[in-house]
Design a protein around this ligand. Structure first.
Ligand code: GUN
Ligand code: FE
Length: 423
């Protein structure tokens, strides 16, 4: 911690916010200060996060009390081209993909359409308080380019992937392996590492059922050649699992399809992970892959319920995904609420402080940016929200109750990335 006396003598900070401070801590636990202070320098780095009294800071402060100052939310799994189809109740999964998702994603070859939806997506992420997001685009390279541009312009942090698929889909969504590789290489050159790593490219084979063995193998090669994140779906639905084993008869399990393709590693994000066996979890732990828990989506499509204990007991990193449009909201507050319900339903309740961790620091761990973001701590980049609560919070439990569950108003007042105000 910076000592109070040192702060008192420094020139004014770029951002000095006084409000109720709530943040998970990288080392474990949660910090709550009913009268807190957050100081951010001109580079967007946090110089102080703690009680107002005791900081000894004499510069001007922006007093936002009794609003909450909390880390920006991190959504580790969502689909850009599904922004306009939230709530299409045509599930389960494979029917929903065929009837609602594929017809909509087919529209994204039109640049004007992709551009209009990208603008809507950005507005919805900002309103929800998401500051970092891992997105699937469609299989259209131009739509993916549009998605990157929209995030770049909005100041958001994230991963975006061109969605690879060469089977079991309408012709207009099919992309061949050579085209997918070439388009991805162009997108990598243009966007991967943009603005000091604010944006990154993720290799994104949709799921095993929509990719040939060759396509998956090349996806693994590309990820390993450039040290890229990988995102895909796994074991979401029973019928999907059976069809996957028929489509990839050489594999010993769903997970093994990805393993044989070289797609499992510490930068891999596996969405859903509901119907996995013990030995699959062991292998995920061994490979240091990560999991996107998408409880609201799992409820909406009736996919099943993921337990948090198998990854937890193996030290597997877990973040929370909205999975729009199978998830019904971009709000990670809604996702936390669904994660709570899901945990109760499987008989392994989860504490509200753990839900906040999943939606912030846990997501940063999954996306490989936990040294930079995910908590409000000295030396980290200032990705934060100012959230109005239904009731002013006098203690930690009250703050968590309001933030996570009392969500008639889901909007945030402001959000910042690296100390720059986005909203
Ligand atoms: N599996 C393959 N594609 C998708 C998708 O778009 N959403 C969900 N929830 N699961 C998938
Ligand atoms: Fe998904």
């Amino acid at each position: 911690m910076v000592r109070g006396a040192a702060l008192a003598n420094e020139k004014p900070m770029a951002l000095a916010l006084r409000g109720t401070l709530l943040t998970p801590l990288a080392e474990g636990g949660t910090q709550f200060e009913v009268d807190g202070l957050l100081l951010v320098d001109a580079e967007g780095t946090i110089r102080y996060a703690g009680p107002f009294r005791g900081a000894g800071y004499r510069g001007a402060v922006d007093d936002v009390r009794p609003n909450l100052i909390t880390p920006g939310f991190i959504d580790v799994h969502a689909h850009f081209p599904q922004t306009r189809i939230i709530g299409c109740a045509t599930g389960p999964l494979l029917d929903w993909l065929a009837n609602s998702v594929f017809p909509e994603e087919a529209r994204f070859t039109r640049r004007a359409y992709a551009k209009a939806v990208a603008a809507e997506l950005v507005q919805r992420l900002l309103h929800a308080g998401t500051t970092t997001v891992a997105l699937f685009s469609s299989s259209s390279p131009s739509a993916t380019e549009t998605c990157f541009s929209a995030l770049a312009e909005a100041g958001l942090r994230g991963l975006v992937g061109l969605t690879w698929m060469d089977r079991n889909c309408p012709e207009v969504l099919r992309i061949t392996t050579p085209s997918a590789v070439a388009a991805s290489e162009r997108l990598i050159r243009r966007w991967h590492g943009f603005d000091h790593d604010r944006l990154r490219f993720a290799v994104t084979p949709r799921f095993a059922l929509s990719c040939s063995k060759t396509m998956l193998r090349r996806a693994g090669d590309l990820a390993n050649a450039h040290d890229l994140p990988v995102q895909t779906h796994i074991a979401e639905n029973d019928r999907e699992g059976e069809a996957t084993l028929r489509a990839h008869p050489y594999a010993t399990s769903y997970l093994d399809v990805y393993d044989q393709a070289g797609l499992l590693g510490p930068r891999t994000i596996l969405a859903h992970a509901i119907h996995l066996k013990k030995r699959d979890w062991d292998r995920i732990g061994e490979s240091d892959a990560t999991v996107a828990h998408c409880p609201d989506s799992n409820f909406f499509l009736g996919s099943g319920r993921m337990r948090l204990n198998p990854p937890r007991s193996r030290g597997v990193r877990v973040g929370l995904g909205s999975d729009v449009a199978a998830g019904r909201s971009f709000s990670m507050r809604r996702a936390m609420g669904s994660a709570y319900d899901n945990a109760l339903a499987v008989g392994e309740p989860v504490a509200p402080s753990e839900l906040l961790r999943l939606a912030t620091f846990g997501g940063a761990e999954v996306l490989g940016c936990a040294a930079t973001t995910g908590s409000l701590q000295l030396g980290k980049e200032a990705d934060l929200l100012i959230v109005p609560l239904a009731r002013a919070a006098a203690n930690l439990d009250a703050a968590l109750a309001s933030l996570i569950f009392d969500t008639d108003n889901l909007g945030v007042l402001r959000s910042y990335v690296r100390g720059h105000r986005l909203f």
